[in-house]
Design a protein around this ligand. Structure first.
Ligand SMILES: Cc1cc2nc3c(=O)[nH]c(=O)nc-3n(C[C@H](O)[C@H](O)[C@H](O)COP(=O)(O)OP(=O)(O)OC[C@H]3O[C@@H](n4cnc5c(N)ncnc54)[C@H](O)[C@@H]3O)c2cc1C
Length: 237
C-alpha cells in the first residue's frame, strides 16, 4: 500500500474514514491493501476523466482479482466510503471520477478468457480494451458491434457502464444489446449470481457480449446474439 504523506486537502472524505476502510479491508482480505495507492501522484492521476471536471479521490485501488474487487466493495460498504469504478476514464461527464475510492478495473483485469466462433461469444474481463476484442474476433470474421470513437482505449466494463454506442449502433445495437450474461458484484461486495439478459434492449446486466458478423461481411447483424462472457464488475442491482 502506498500511503498519502501530503497534508490534509479539502476532499470530502477524511483520512480517518480511509484508515477505517484500510483496517476493514485488511480484516476481510489480508493481501488486498497492497492494491491501494493514496499517494498524491495517484490521486492526481485519477482526479480527471475526459470531462471538464476534477475531483480528487481519497485513494485509488488497482485490484488484481475479482476476490480483491469484492473485498474492496465489502470494506467500503462497511465504513461508508464512496466508490467509483473506472475503466479507461474516457467518459465525458465525470462518470469515472469521485471523491472516495476509485477502483481501476483496467490495470490488471484485462484477460480475454475465451472466444467461441461457433456461438459467437467471448468471455472477457471488464478491463479488456474494445479494440483487443476486435483483434481477437477478426480472424473468425467477427466483431463486437458497438464501437465508440475511443475504441483504442475504452474498456468493455466502461462500455457497459455508459451503455456505449457508436457509428454502427443502428446496425448492431447498443452495448446492452450485445451483452448476454454478466457476473455481478453488489455495492455490498456480494456476488449474487450470474445475471442473464432476458430480452433485447434490457440494459442492466452484462457479462457476455455478442460478436456479430462484420457489418461489411455477407451476413446481416444478428438479432439473436450469442455471448462473450465478461466477468465480475461492481454493478449495483
Ligand atoms: C473523443 C471521445 C469520443 C467518444 N465517442 C463515443 C462514442 O462514439 N460513443 C459512445 O458511446 N461514447 C463515446 N465516448 C464516451 C466514452 O469513451 C465511451 O462511453 C466508453 O465506452 C467509456 O469507456 P471507459 O472504459 O473509458 O469507461 P469509463 O469512462 O472509465 O467509465 C464509464 C462508466 O462506467 C463505469 N464503469 C467502468 N468500468 C466498470 C465496471 N467494470 N463495472 C461497473 N461500472 C464500470 C464507470 O464508473 C463510469 O460510470 C467518447 C468519448 C470521447 C472523449
Amino acid at each position: 500500500m502506498i500511503v498519502d504523506s501530503s497534508p490534509e486537502s479539502g476532499d470530502g472524505v477524511s483520512k480517518d474514514l480511509l484508515g477505517d476502510f484500510v483496517s476493514s479491508l485488511a480484516r476481510i482480505d489480508a493481501g488486498a491493501p497492497d492494491c491501494l495507492d493514496s499517494s498524491t501522484l495517484a490521486r492526481a492521476l485519477y482526479s480527471s476523466d475526459a470531462s471538464i471536471y476534477r475531483v480528487v479521490p481519497r485513494a485509488v485501488a488497482r485490484p488484481r482479482s475479482v476476490d480483491e474487487v469484492a473485498a474492496l466493495m465489502r470494506a467500503a460498504a462497511e465504513v461508508g466510503l464512496p466508490v467509483t469504478t473506472r475503466g479507461a476514464g474516457t467518459s465525458c461527464a465525470g462518470n469515472a471520477i469521485g471523491e472516495g475510492l476509485v477502483i481501476d478495473l483496467a490495470r490488471h483485469l484485462h484477460t480475454i478468457h475465451s472466444l467461441d466462433p461457433e456461438s459467437r461469444t467471448a468471455v472477457v474481463d471488464p478491463g479488456v480494451i474494445q479494440d483487443r476484442l476486435q483483434d481477437a474476433g477478426r480472424p473468425h470474421g467477427l466483431r463486437f458491434g458497438p464501437d465508440p470513437s475511443t475504441s483504442t482505449r475504452c474498456t468493455i466494463g466502461g462500455m457497459i457502464g455508459n451503455n456505449a454506442c457508436g457509428p454502427r449502433a443502428l446496425g448492431y445495437g447498443r452495448t446492452c444489446d450485445n451483452v448476454v450474461q454478466a457476473d455481478l458484484l453488489t455495492a455490498a461486495g456480494d456476488i449474487p449470481r450470474s445475471a442473464r439478459r432476458q430480452c433485447r434492449g434490457f440494459a442492466s446486466v452484462p457479462v457476455e457480449r455478442t460478436l456479430p458478423r462484420r457489418i461489411w461481411g455477407s451476413s446481416a447483424p444478428s438479432s439473436a446474439p450469442s455471448p462473450v462472457r465478461c466477468p465480475a464488475t461492481s454493478w449495483s442491482i
